[in-house]
Design a protein around this ligand. Sequence first.
Ligand SMILES: [Zn+2]
Length: 284
Amino acid sequence: MSAVPADTTALDLGEITLTFVPDGELRADPAVAYPAGHEDIFTDGLDVVDEDGMLLLSIGAILVTAGTSRVLVDVGIGDRRIPLIRPGASRDGYMGGGALLRNLSALGVEPEQIDTILLTHLHADHVGWIGDGDATFPNAEYWVGEGEWQYWIRPENSGGPVGPRPNELEIIGSRRRRLVDGAEPVDGITAVDTAGHTPGHFGFAVRGTNACAFVVGDALHCPAEALRPDLAWVGDVDGGAAIRTRRNIAAHVRDTGAVLVGPHFPNAVFMEYSSSGLIPFATT
Ligand SMILES: [Zn+2]
């Protein structure tokens, strides 16, 4: 078996539904993604590399449907391809997309219907559909952590290939709301400080009438990190905080029985812990 990008998949929590909406994919040499050592990604029976041995991540958004509200958690990378090239790497990687709006439309959701966008963080593969000139989602407010916002508007951090583009910052800034730990920007969705990967990274605990879920953003890139939190991702801004956050998320999900929602996970973004490790959550 080899990893493939996750398909559109829905998770009904009871009066609140999460749907993974694909946009594209990321492929990277595992030795580049985990420079301190990557052999652990092969030890838990998870399919995380493609047929060429490249680490595969899905890229997309989580659509949350709750009553009349239509919420997106992150908005993919957009219709572009960004090379991921590291000096000394044996193989070059990339991340790219372009399918998000088409896949949203197939679900009967048009951009005008999105009222809220919750941003886990502002990396390029999470803000790519914010807008090129005009806002793609003209009726949406953008919720982002204050630490995240302050980090990316600094001149030394803005303008790089992995961060938000100036126009995206402008659009977000025009309708920006501040995420705070424990706040509930949407009924049933609680913001959780998960800093480490980036300085103002947030995850989201989602509570339905039947079950709950935790959207991890990039606190976890690959499901192997949920079992082995010490796996150190190349792009973590604060590696020590990122490891603590991964441990906290694993403990929270195990303690609460929440469905683990990893928008970058290949094959299946909805997962749960079992006696045998981590397995896809049975969705309908
Ligand atoms: Zn990402």
